[in-house]
Ligand binder design. Structure first.
Ligand code: SDX
Length: 390
């Protein structure tokens, strides 16, 4: 066996969590250090020139829609927004914690909502491409209704009906707040939904594909995706990132020190700072800068009380870069942006679902259309063989 100079051999790649492993093909999205592409279109191009409904059509149907196709797609989505009253009543009861547990997470409420929707979806057990596209459109259309009903119930307000005159992003804001959003707020939400829509084999999409690979149904795979996305290491980071910024602001207001001192203490405690780092992007997340610029525009229009969140955020970002060489991911600017838009913090990750449902369903359909059950090997590290009565 040849010996190699240990000092010169590169650090073996840490492959835990399938890091760096390419484990399948997809025609939906490419995530790389240099670009993020949805079916051939680069993310900055889509964020600048497309609407979320156009991107949803691109992901679910497979191509950029013509004007006629877009009109038909939007009309279909609008017509599908209503949710069975009995389901909404269950969602309302859970959200108001009438079910006993005194703090039900909105992602768990949404996961329950999808499960309930499966019981009233006539196509639930049909995995054909035509049925799955119908289901994907219904889920895309109904998720804002469920999110909004839950939030308004949680706030003790009378939930509103989806508004057929509003586009997808504006209707999501309307359902969550009961207020018609400004054009600029609807635009920022629309851009954020484009940025969140798809990201190849991230944890929640891969979870959905594993479930789909057993020939299980789309609703079940989406429930698995929601459970995965809820985690703070994944989609849950956008809420946690805003909570961290609020902790820093409280730390400053209490006279305990400035951002730099807070970060020094965080590093000393070896804390993971939410909204930073990424398994694939090591030189920055292509989406973060785009969302930050839209959010900053909202904050600057609102004045100093809103702008301060971006001032604190920019300092955190600079320190992470200077001292850890770690870049923000999309969740970091998302927290600040949604906060200055007045969106309830617990809804940040459900909003991620309202967008990523398009990517998940595209991947579930892709898996079903060329399927082999996903079943990798394991490396056994347990006890040597022994006799039970030995
Ligand atoms: C999303 O995969 C996707 O595409 C996901 C996503 C999508 O669109 O679907 O992009 C959305 O989930 C974005 C990520 C949101 N999560 C967070 O912001 C949580 C905080 N980030 C970390 O937990 C971490 O960076 C991950 C989970 C994002 C990535 O984990 P990795 O690839 O396993 O990296 P790691 O934890 O092994 O970190 C490598 C090093 C470690 O240092 P050492 O222990 O080797 O000395 O970098 C450090 C980590 O401690 N590090 C951090 C850090 N992230 C990495 N240190 C402090 N704060 C952080 N946030």
């Amino acid at each position: 066996m040849t010996t190699t100079d240990v000092k010169s051999s590169p650090k073996p790649q840490d492959t835990r969590g399938l890091a760096g492993q390419t484990i399948g093909d997809t025609s939906i999205c490419q995530v790389s250090q240099t670009e993020l592409i949805y079916r051939g279109y680069e993310i900055a191009d889509l964020a600048a020139n497309a609407t979320f409904e156009e991107v949803a059509h691109l992901l679910l149907v497979g191509h950029k829609p013509s004007a006629e196709e877009l009109k038909q797609f939007k009309d279909e989505l609008t017509s599908m927004r209503a949710v069975d009253r009995g389901i909404l009543e269950v969602i309302g009861k859970i959200a108001q914690c009438e079910t006993g547990s005194d703090d039900v997470h909105p992602m768990s409420i949404l996961r329950t909502g999808i499960s309930l929707l499966s019981h009233v979806d006539p196509d639930c057990e049909d995995n054909s491409p035509e049925a799955e596209l119908r289901k994907a459109k219904r889920l895309l259309a109904q998720i804002p209704t469920i999110i909004g009903f839950g939030q308004m119930s949680r706030d003790g307000k009378t939930p509103v009906e989806p508004d057929p005159n509003l586009d997808h992003a504006a209707n999501l804001l309307w359902c969550m707040t009961g207020k018609k959003p400004s054009e600029s707020a609807a635009k920022v939400m629309d851009v954020s939904l484009i940025l969140y829509a798809e990201h190849d084999f991230n944890a929640s999409t891969f979870a959905a594909r594993v479930i789909a690979s057993t020939e299980s149904d789309m609703h079940g795979a989406v429930c698995g995706g929601i459970a995965a996305l809820k985690g703070p290491l994944h989609g849950g980071a956008n809420e946690k990132a805003m909570e961290m910024l609020k902790d820093i602001d409280a730390y400053i207001q209490a006279g305990s020190g400035d951002v730099d001192k807070f970060m020094k203490e965080a590093f000393a405690e070896k804390r993971k700072l939410m909204g930073f780092g990424h398994r694939v992007y090591k030189n920055g997340d292509h989406r973060a800068g785009i969302l930050r610029s839209w959010g900053l525009k909202v904050a600057e229009e609102q004045g100093a009380d809103s702008k301060k969140w971006f001032d604190i955020g920019d300092r955190v970002q600079q320190i992470m870069l200077d001292q850890k060489n770690i870049h923000p991911n999309v969740d970091f600017p998302c927290g600040m942006t949604y906060y200055v838009m007045g969106i309830p913090v617990p809804q940040y990750t459900p909003i991620f679902v309202a967008s990523r449902i398009t990517g998940w369903c595209a991947h579930i359909m892709e898996q079903h259309q060329d399927n082999r059950i996903i079943r990798p090997l394991a490396n056994y590290t347990g006890p040597e063989l022994k006799k039970w009565n030995g």
